[in-house]
Design a protein around this ligand. Structure first.
Ligand code: HEM
Length: 566
């Protein structure tokens, strides 16, 4: 029997035990709070413009309204040397455009990377923690672009979507589509011969035709409805997807504000974008499905996936949904990007006429003038290959890439010898002295990286020669222009194949020259580009004339030799 004394005694020892436990819990909690406090107080974030004194709004007033990549590059020059890090790191950072910056907008931290090394360190080497996407409420939720795996969070469903792209557009599969690119490109040469002033229109049709045939087995026609839908939907999306373009991305509650509410004009933009997105997802797919069911579908990415549904998912319904999304993504993103890079190449030929001459000399020497260059000549044409690289570097199709998101605090093991002493674990919690917390949006300023003059000297000049120096090779621009790590563009092999053929064959057959003004002087169009997630040259005039009679004859013969249809 327990006496009152024992009860009190046992009760008091239980009490002591509880007190002891409580003390431990409180100590652990305090330590955690202190750690968090110390982290937020002491661990420095990367440098950047000073935020507003008004709480929460942060750098909203500093954010550019267009061509953000140029502002971010300029910020790099201003804030570049404000860094911690090892002596080597300081020397490295002192001489460069600021490699890593941070701003905060409405509580959202945004890291901007201006350096190839930092982009590689974070987005390639640590892609395990940097492969997510920010939520992008305007585009994903309001405009219904959730179908686009390029904007999806990194998780099991995203991985299924990504797998079908890896399967369809790895290097070997992409090379399997060269016959489509060759045919459509030959038809492009004929159009350039007949009506050169509409070169941009012809290129638009060609890039659309290539993507529609490869994606769906669909042959485009003049004023094609599917091309129109894809272009309009894509345009709406890239305008809205620019980081910080819409407040709803930072204040998701605004999603519920009705369209009629004063100041809610973004809801109208969203509704129009949503209608286009829905057309994009359903109309071409319904056409392709009909062909497939009737047994008349031509070989394509779509047909291959329908015949091997298990690549997408073991569940047939889910598989069909993934295939529908993948084909819509393919023609929504594929055509415009290839078009933009080819337009950049044409603009560059006006800015660097000597490049054209050297390329034509190489083509005449290696390929001759009685046939068109083909993919089989690729290895033998280093200067043409260098023009393709320089076109991807000189101006970027997606200047800021697609934003990534840190899924964890970056706890790299970077270390440093500093002028002042810091706790031992300090550099275990930072990237070269800076702390990048979970949830930070990461923007790789691909335009800034490609114009870092410590890497690419005279970065604004179009100089393919820079890639011919075997002694000190430069980073390949395709390792910048197509993005990073696990989110790297899965269409890059296909895109490079298209761009290469456009460059090689256009230069083999035509001279690209400026139009001449009334004063008899050549008019070199300025390097002006559209703003948004994707960018392309503003419309410009140029002359595209056949090099000689032999070139005219060559194009005619090449077209005549094409098979009637696919
Ligand atoms: C010159 C042409 C192209 C350029 C410059 C380009 C560039 C890019 C870039 C920068 C990204 C973001 C990568 C990242 O998050 O780090 C991307 C993603 C993507 N691209 Fe491309 N791209 C091109 C052509 C294509 C083509 C032809 C296709 C389709 C076959 C395609 C399909 C995609 C897809 C599906 C994604 C999303 C990848 C993901 O989030 O996992 N792209 N592209």
């Amino acid at each position: 029997m327990i006496s009152l004394y024992t009860f009190v005694a046992e009760g008091s020892s239980t009490l002591h035990l509880l007190q002891g436990l409580l003390a431990i819990v409180v100590t652990v909690l305090c330590a955690q709070i202190l750690r968090l406090f110390r982290r937020s107080r002491n661990l420095p974030f990367p440098p950047g413009p000073r935020p507003s004194a008004i709480p929460f709004v942060g750098n909203i007033a500093d954010m550019p309204s267009s061509h953000d990549w140029k502002t971010f590059y300029e910020w790099g020059q201003v804030y570049g040397t404000d860094c911690l890090g090892s002596r080597d790191q300081v020397a490295f950072m002192d001489t460069r455009v600021g490699p890593l910056l941070m701003v905060e907008v409405m509580g959202q931290k945004i890291c901007i990377i201006n350096s190839y090394e930092v982009a590689n360190d974070l987005l390639n080497d640590r892609s395990l923690i940097y492969s997510d996407r920010p939520a992008m409420h305007m585009v994903n939720d309001l405009m219904d672009w959730k179908f686009n795996m390029g904007l999806q969070s990194y998780g099991p469903m995203y991985k299924k979507h990504r797998k079908v792209f890896q399967h369809g557009f790895n290097r070997r599969e992409s090379n399997g589509y060269q016959h489509v690119q060759t045919r459509e490109n030959t038809l492009l040469l004929e159009k350039l011969l007949t009506d050169p002033s509409k070169y941009d229109h012809h290129l638009r049709i060609t890039t659309g035709a290539i993507i529609m045939m490869i994606g769906l087995g669909y042959q485009v026609v003049e004023n094609d409805e599917f091309v129109r839908i894809a272009e309009a939907a894509q345009l709406a999306m890239v305008s809205a997807a620019r980081p910080g373009a819409y407040l709803v991305d930072l204040l998701p509650i605004l999603r519920y504000v009705p369209e009629w509410f004063p100041g809610a004009s973004f809801q109208k933009v969203a509704r129009e974008g949503r209608e286009l997105s829905q057309e994009l997802q359903t109309k071409p797919f319904a056409w392709a499905l009909k062909q497939f069911d009737e047994g008349t579908a031509l070989p394509s990415f779509f047909k291959d996936l329908m015949e091997h549904k298990k690549i997408a998912s073991d569940d047939p319904e889910e598989a069909q949904h993934i295939i529908k999304c993948a084909t819509a993504v393919m023609y929504a993103t594929g055509a415009d990007t290839i078009l933009a890079s080819t337009l950049t190449f044409i603009l560059a030929m006006l800015h660097a006429p000597q490049v054209q001459k050297i390329a034509q000399e190489e083509l005449d020497r290696v390929v001759g003038t009685d046939r068109l260059p083909t993919y089989a000549n690729r290895e033998e044409l280093p200067y043409i290959n260098a023009i393709v690289k320089e076109s991807l570097r000189w101006e970027l199709v997606i200047p800021l890439g697609v934003p990534h998101r840190a899924m964890e605090d970056d706890v790299s093991s970077g270390f440093s010898v500093c002028a002042f002493s810091l706790p031992e674990d300090y550099f275990l919690k930072t990237y070269n002295g800076y702390f990048i917390p979970k949830g930070t949006t990461i923007i790789a300023n691909q335009w800034g990286i490609s114009h870092d003059e410590q890497v690419f000297s005279d970065p604004f000049a179009f100089r393919p020669e820079r890639f011919l120096d075997k002694e000190s090779p430069l980073p390949d621009p395709s390792t910048i222009a197509f993005g990073w790590g696990r989110r790297i563009c899965p269409g890059r092999f296909l895109a490079e194949n298209s761009l290469w053929l456009h460059v090689a064959t256009i230069l083999a057959c035509f001279n690209i020259t400026p139009v001449v003004g009334d004063d008899g002087k050549p008019i070199i169009p300025p390097r002006e580009y559209t703003s948004g997630m994707a960018s392309r040259p503003l419309p410009f005039q140029c002359r595209i004339d056949p090099r000689n009679d032999a070139a005219v004859e060559l194009i005619k013969q090449s077209v005549a030799a094409l098979p009637e249809s696919y």
